[in-house]
Design a binder for this molecule. Sequence first.
Ligand SMILES: Cc1cc2nc3c(=O)[nH]c(=O)nc-3n(C[C@H](O)[C@H](O)[C@H](O)COP(=O)(O)OP(=O)(O)OC[C@H]3O[C@@H](n4cnc5c(N)ncnc54)[C@H](O)[C@@H]3O)c2cc1C
Length: 470
Amino acid sequence: MIMNDDTQHNYWLSQVAPHPRRPRLEGDIKADVAIVGAGFTGLWCAYYLKRHDPALDIAIIEAERVGHGASGRNGGWVIGNLAGLSRLLEGLPLAQRRECCGLVSDNVDELGHVLDQEAIQADYHKGGAIYAAARYPDQEAIQRDYLEHLLALGHRETDCQWLDATALSERLRIENGYGGIFHRQVATVNPARLVTGLGGVVERLGVTIYEQTRATHVAEGEVSAYGGRITAARVVCATEGYAAQFHDWRKFIIPVQSAIIATEPLDESHWRQIGLAERPAFADASRIITYGQRTADGRIVFGARGTYRMGARPQNHYAIGAKAIRQRHALLCSLFPSLKDVRITHGWGGSLGLSRRFRPHAIYDRHSGLATAGGYAGEGVAASHLFGRTIADLLLERETPFTAMPWAHDDTSPAQLLKRWEPEPLRWAAAQAITLSYAGEEALMKHQRPLPLIKPALTRLNDVFASIIE
Ligand SMILES: Cc1cc2nc3c(=O)[nH]c(=O)nc-3n(C[C@H](O)[C@H](O)[C@H](O)COP(=O)(O)OP(=O)(O)OC[C@H]3O[C@@H](n4cnc5c(N)ncnc54)[C@H](O)[C@@H]3O)c2cc1C
C-alpha cells in the first residue's frame, strides 16, 4: 500500500486512492521492450507502443512504485513549451520553428484529450498560466523582452500575450504586480493522479509493471535488476533525474532538487484578495523560478527551484526540512501577504534531470536498441508525453511529425549526442555561484538600489547564466 508517511509529505499522493504494491520481478524473463522507470516518460512510451502495436510484449521495472519519481511529486504545470526550446530551434527557418512550437503547444490539448479518452481523473484544468509576473521595473523589462523572444522563436501570438498591471490584477493579485506574460497553452493537473491513472491504463493494455525492482545495469539487449533480469531487443531508460546512478549515464544527466509546499484549503476571502478565479498556474518573474497553482480543492501548491547536491545525488525520499518549508512559505507570503497565517499542511521535494546542453532529448540508438528521453529541466509533465510518444515512434521505426522534431535522434547513441558535465567540485561551485548571483540581483531589484555599476553588471551576468541554461 502507499505508505502513510509519503502522503503526509506529498499532498498529491494524499489525493490518490490507496492501492496494493505490484509484485517484484523474480527470475529472468524475456520481452520485446524493457522499460526502466514507471514515471511519465516510461508509461507514455509504453502507452503509445501498445496503441500502435498491441501485440508487443512490454515489461516495465520500477525501483519503488509507479510515479515515485518526479512524475508523482511535481508542481502539476502542463506547459505548452519546452525548457531549452530556443536551443533546439537554433538555426532552423521560421516555418520549421513555427511548426515545432505549434506541436509543443497543441500537446497540452492532446494530453487533456487522452486523459478524457482513457478516463484518467487527474484534475486536468486548462486555465493558462501567468508565466512571469513582474514585481519590479527591471523585471518588467526582462519579461517584455522574453515575450518578444517567444514570438520571434515561433510561438503563436494567440498563445502568448502581455498583461499590463490592470489586466494582471484581474487574474492574479500579487503584491506589487507590474504585469506579466499570459500563456494560454498551459493546464494544471494533480500529477500523482495522472501517473497512477496512466499506470492502470497501460496495465489494462497488457503491459506488465514490476514494482520494488531496482535496475542495476542497463545494457544492449538486457536490463539487470535485484531479483532478476530482462532480455529484450529494445531497452528504454526512463529514469530522468535518477539516471546518474547508472555508470554510463552519470556524466550526461544530473539531478537538481526542487521543493514544494501545499497550504490548507483557503476560504473565499483569501481568493477575493488573491484572484486566480479561473485557476491559471502562476509564477513570478524571479530567476529563482517559482511555480504555483490553485488546486481543485482550493489550496495553493507552490514550489521553487532548489539545489544541486555535490556528487549529483538525487532526492529519493519525499520529506524536506523545516527550513525549506519556511523559505517557500516566505516566498509565497511575499507574493500574497494575506497568506501569512495560513497553515502549510504538506512539504516535499524531488529530483529533475538536467543535461549539459540544457535541452531535452529523445534518443534511440538503432544499433544497440537502447533508447532514452529526458533532460526536461523542470518542464517535463507535458514534455514527457511528447517525448515518450516520440520514443515509441522511433522504436517502431515510424516516420511521424514527432520523429521529425529536433529533439528526436535515431542515428546516434546517447554517449555521442549528450555532452559531459564538468567534474566535481566545478559543477557544485558553478551551481552555488549562479544561485548567489541570482539572489544578489533579486535583492538589488527589490530595494530599487541605484548602484549604477553593480546592478547592470549583475543583470548582464545573470542574463548570460540564463541564456546558457535556457
Ligand atoms: C519538485 C518538482 C517540481 C516539478 N514541477 C514541474 C511542473 O510543474 N511542470 C513540469 O512540466 N515539470 C515539472 N517537474 C519536472 C517533471 O516532474 C519531470 O521532468 C518528469 O516528471 C520526469 O518524468 P520521468 O518519467 O522522465 O522521470 P521520473 O518521474 O523521475 O521517473 C523515473 C522513475 O524511475 C524510477 N527509477 C529510478 N532508478 C531506477 C532504477 N534503478 N530501476 C528502476 N526504476 C528506477 C524512479 O523511482 C522513478 O519512478 C518538476 C520536478 C520536480 C522534482
